[in-house]
Design a protein around this ligand. Structure first.
Ligand code: ZN
Length: 191
């Protein structure tokens, strides 16, 4: 396995619209190896998710996994999921305030409004179609990753710039209140 190089904010690749991937391309040995490398890269960086475009491959594919994540200790666990060619639709107008960070935006966090419930239609790594409802904090993670596929980073969606903070200042000033708020969301949605 190979750890892939993560593009940082300012790199034009992050502003591209990623392209759909065909079933044939997905099934290729090259793409399957890429998916393994992407998962490894996410785990190595303690990410909760990473999109292919963040490692300079502008295809509509991202991976999500949370397993007692030290970077996001308040996030509920999510099994490893490979999401290909996703189409997401909000199932509500209700939003919650999500304090987001991004592997492509070193040492900065900010509050973004995300829908509490979304519908996700996508393929898995084998091209199997799924149609699922994702709710709560995990829905926020999905919306963050789908944004990447459209050249959008969370910074674009921070409506109150006074919420920007470094990870150290987040821990010092905001973490406890945010963890409590996340706890309420997880209690309500189970994810
Ligand atoms: Zn990101």
């Amino acid at each position: 396995m190979t750890l892939l190089k993560i593009a940082h904010i300012g790199n034009p690749v992050l502003r591209q619209r990623a392209r759909e991937i065909s079933a044939e391309e997905l099934a290729s040995a090259e793409t399957q190896r890429f998916i393994d490398d992407l998962v490894e890269t996410m785990r190595d960086a303690n990410g909760a998710g990473i999109a292919a475009i963040q490692v300079h491959n502008a295809i509509r594919l991202f991976v999500v996994e949370v397993k007692d994540n030290p970077r996001y200790p308040y996030k509920p666990n999510v099994p490893l999921t490979i999401v290909v060619n996703p189409v997401i639709t909000p199932l509500t107008t209700e939003t919650f305030d999500n304090f987001e960070g991004c592997l492509s935006v070193p040492n900065l966090r900010g509050v973004v409004k995300r829908f509490t419930r979304i519908r996700v239609r996508a393929w898995d790594r084998h091209g199997e179609e799924s149609d699922r409802e994702i709710a709560g904090v995990t829905a926020g993670t999905y919306q963050h990753e789908v944004d990447h596929l459209n050249g959008v980073v969370f910074l674009d969606r921070v409506s109150d710039p006074t919420t920007f903070c470094t990870w150290t200042e987040f821990d010092r000033y905001y973490k406890d209140a945010f963890a409590a708020q996340v706890g309420e969301i997880v209690k309500r949605f189970g994810s």
